[in-house]
Design a protein around this ligand. Structure first.
Ligand SMILES: Nc1ncnc2c1ncn2[C@@H]1O[C@H](COP(=O)(O)OP(=O)(O)OP(=O)(O)O)[C@@H](O)[C@H]1O
Length: 353
């Protein structure tokens, strides 16, 4: 399985809405007017809080949920209206992995992976080599005859991935696939998903509540809040210049740039009457990421800057940095305009007296 096995498929959400009936009457809108295109062959992350609508969105891609308005297209096929053989064909094209793996405890590793092939009516003689191939791809050849209870969480998820790939899908859906795993195992599973995306060329759509997962694997990201996509773009663009408050709050957990407590408590929206410091976020992107801009600010304008917090991150191979600094409020506008002239982004977070 070194060659690409499929042509990747795009996933298109066209003004998708989904309302569920409430037990006591009325409806709850789980999704509203979702417009999103997942480019073929990308790894796209959907991030949102609990109840934001992530699972509902994902389950529409394989027809487990149908939209109440709008359309979901996979490789140009309308999933919401597909029935019978057409729906089965779409489901063969869309594999899925789960947070809790969903393996059959009574079947071995090989038996779990063979299941979708048996259901699809693949002749027995073809199943064994295909399963061996899949087991090798996920690095479990030594565990082929073990049962789920004898496997670690990471190994179980590898079985889940191999099973999802069995029918040669064009799309792989991941429902919080690393949420039950420790950080180290998470990294190995994400690396496997990256390899699969690269080698097989399939489109991966994953939902997560962790921005670190998006940073580590996704080329594109959509942020969902209250059933709506509030921001989307390339992961790099969204990390460097987040526009929505929900995105910023997710990012504050990964970029290591939350304000220290002692400053956060004193921060005010307007400059105190007696004067004080302006607190700003400075974002360095691309070639500017490592430029000693703050030193230049001191040299060229004579403005002293205090660094409050900061981190340099990498998205793919692109570095970007985030610094929170304070400087005399009276020179704030001058300093920000200097930094922006040099290609950095700035944002005023508040003031301290
Ligand atoms: N079958 C259902 N019947 C009624 N309401 C539902 C159903 N499925 C989801 N909902 C509601 O739709 C909204 C979105 O739920 P969904 O499970 O898609 O969110 P989520 O972002 O995946 O949350 P989590 O991260 O907790 O799984 C929630 O208000 C939820 O209660």
């Amino acid at each position: 399985m070194t060659e690409k096995q499929t042509d990747a498929a795009s996933i298109v959400f066209e003004a998708v809405g989904k309302a569920f009936d409430k037990p006591g009457g009325g409806t709850v809108a789980a999704l509203e007017d979702v417009i999103l295109t997942v480019p073929p062959g990308t790894i796209t992350g959907i991030i949102g809080r609990s109840g934001a609508g992530k699972s509902t969105l994902l389950r529409m891609v394989n027809g487990l949920e149908r939209p109440t308005s709008g359309r979901v297209l996979v490789g140009g096929q309308d999933v919401g209206t597909a029935k019978g053989p057409a729906l089965r064909a779409i489901r063969r094209d869309v594999g899925m992995i789960f947070q809790h793996f969903n393996l059959l405890s009574s079947r071995s590793v090989a038996g779990n992976i063979a299941l979708p092939l048996e259901i699809a009516g693949v002749p027995k003689a073809q199943i064994a080599p295909r399963v061996a191939d899949l087991i090798a791809r996920v690095g479990l050849s030594a565990q082929a005859d073990r049962y789920p209870a004898e496997l670690s969480g990471g190994q179980k998820q590898r079985v889940g991935i191999a099973r999802a790939l069995a029918t040669g899908p064009k799309v792989l859906l991941s429902d919080e696939a690393t949420s039950a795993l420790d950080p180290e195992t998470t990294q190995t599973v994400l690396a496997l998903l990256r390899d699969i995306n690269r080698d097989l060329g399939l489109t991966i759509l994953l939902i997560t509540h962790e921005m670190a997962v998006v940073r580590d694997i996704a080329s594109h990201v959509a942020v969902i809040d209250g059933g709506r996509i509030v921001e989307h773009g390339t992961t790099y663009d969204v990390f460097v210049a987040p526009k929505h408050a929900t995105t910023r709050s997710f990012l504050s957990g990964v970029t290591g740039v939350t304000l220290p407590e002692f400053i956060r408590h004193r921060l005010t929206d307007s400059l105190p009457a007696g004067g004080g410091d302006e607190v700003i976020r400075v974002t360095f992107a691309g070639q500017h990421a490592t430029d000693p801009m703050l030193a230049l600010l001191a040299r060229d304008l004579g403005i002293e800057v205090n660094i409050l917090a900061g981190a340099v991150e990498e998205i793919g191979t692109h570095p970007f940095g985030n610094l929170l600094v304070s400087l005399p409020a009276g020179r704030g506008a001058e300093a920000r305009s200097y930094l922006e002239r040099h290609g950095l982004m700035t944002e005023v977070l508040g003031y301290v007296g």
